[in-house]
Write a new protein. Structure first.
Length: 297
């Protein structure tokens, strides 16, 4: 087969989708006008009553506001064994004990030279996990990051895993990949196909909507009720599944100015003297109700 040069032209395969689709969709406007005219003549006969649970639901609309209050903005500072000027570097790895972690966080809270230092009355939740050895540290982080996928905690987990398997991996040298490299498969949606696919998809969606008229309106309402019933059960089950949490953390809670929080943190107890520690302070001007409840049990 020879390479050959040719001009770009609109594919017949695309036209074969558009033409039959428009044979039906082009009739929609006139049919809709006729249907609306018939409905307008029946307006006086239509009577719709309120759902039996509508009043009860209306009285609980404040729950949306309470839910939104659980989502607050703030900042997180984290100390890890692998941070420069934080962890201790020796021949066999990086180490950070809880006392050094707390002292570092206290110094950071009192760092007046940091222009991004938050001010005002603050709410602070501290979380910490420690382990006596690297293997236990990795295991703890694997469990905790499934619940709290904080970026720096996930990064420390990956780095710890790498150190744990380094002794095995350093003896393995993979074969070099021939260039260029294959990339993961993806939709071949370059223009004009991207725009065509979107517009043609709209026409086909109209056809699918028209085809759904094979079910009368009573059947549609019954299907909608069944769908809503399934969704309610599914949502409740999903929320209840979230309540099954694994893992444990050391936690700390305080409020006030940064200097006040720093003093409270400085006077807090030292959990243990393990050599592997990661600790974070979650700081916000708004109450951290969800975080406090999550980490205080």
């Amino acid at each position: 087969m020879m390479w050959q040069q040719s001009a770009l032209s609109w594919p017949d395969t695309a036209q074969q989708v558009q033409t039959p689709a428009e044979s039906v969709t082009n009739q929609i406007n006139s049919q809709a006008d006729s249907a609306v005219s018939r409905l307008n003549r029946l307006t006086g006969d239509a009577s719709y009553s309120r759902h039996d649970l509508s009043t009860d639901a209306q009285s609980l609309l404040n729950l949306r506001g309470e839910l939104n209050q659980l989502l607050v903005t703030g900042t997180i500072i984290t100390v890890t064994p692998y941070q420069f000027q934080v962890g201790n570097r020796v021949n066999h790895g990086w180490y950070l004990n809880p006392q050094t972690a707390i002292e570092t966080l206290v110094k950071k809270l009192r760092d007046a030279s940091d222009m991004n230092r938050p001010g005002g009355n603050l709410h602070v939740v501290g979380i910490m996990t420690t382990a006596p050895n690297l293997g236990r540290f990795v295991s703890e982080l694997q469990i905790i990051t499934d619940v709290l996928p904080l970026p720096q905690w996930c990064q420390v987990k990956r780095q710890s895993e790498s150190l744990l398997t380094n002794e095995t991996d350093k003896f393995f040298e993979p074969a070099a990949i021939v260039q260029p490299r294959f990339k993961p498969g993806d939709s071949l949606n370059t223009n004009p196909m991207h725009d065509y696919f979107r517009q043609q998809g709209t026409q086909i969606a109209m056809l699918e909507s028209l085809a759904s008229d094979q079910t009368h309106v009573i059947g549609k309402l019954a299907a909608l009720a069944a769908k809503r019933k399934h969704q309610i059960v599914q949502v409740s089950a999903a929320i209840n599944a979230m309540k099954t949490l694994k893992g444990s953390l050391w936690s700390f809670a305080a409020s006030g100015s940064l200097n006040s929080v720093a003093s409270q943190l400085s006077n807090s107890n030292i959990p243990n003297n393990h050599q592997y520690t990661i600790a974070s302070l979650i700081i916000s001007n708004s109450p951290l109700k969800f975080w406090e409840a999550l980490c205080s049990h």
